[in-house]
Design a protein around this ligand. Structure first.
Ligand code: FES
Length: 103
């Protein structure tokens, strides 16, 4: 069953900063960029490094461990787009960011 889980306060997510959160224990990376909030699994598809410690350029997120690069808009791995990070739908209500996750 999918449910929207509170993940962070929008005011705690400055534009362009990568934030690691753990709603219900899930490792999630949040990014507030260009008026949208993106939510992805905070675990690299290569060897599981935490992506919130990576570098962001535009919509490209580079893993801090071995420099794999992902598009934060859909989680796709740039060198092989069929490989993707898990992404979560988001909504904002009352200043709180929610992610939609299977629980
Ligand atoms: S763990 Fe991310 S590139 Fe290797």
């Amino acid at each position: 069953m999918k449910e929207f889980l509170p993940a962070a306060e929008l005011a705690q997510l400055p534009e362009g900063r990568l934030s690691a959160v753990r709603p219900k224990g899930l490792p999630v990376l949040l990014l507030n960029k260009d008026g949208r909030v993106f939510a992805l699994e905070n675990r690299c598809a290569h060897m599981g490094c935490p992506l919130a410690a990576g570098a962001l350029e535009g919509y490209t997120l580079e893993c801090p461990c071995h420099a794999w690069r992902f598009d934060v808009r859909d989680g796709s791995f740039l060198d092989a787009p069929e490989l993707r990070l898990k992404t979560y739908a988001t909504k904002i209500s009352g200043g709180t960011v929610f992610i939609e996750a299977e629980i």
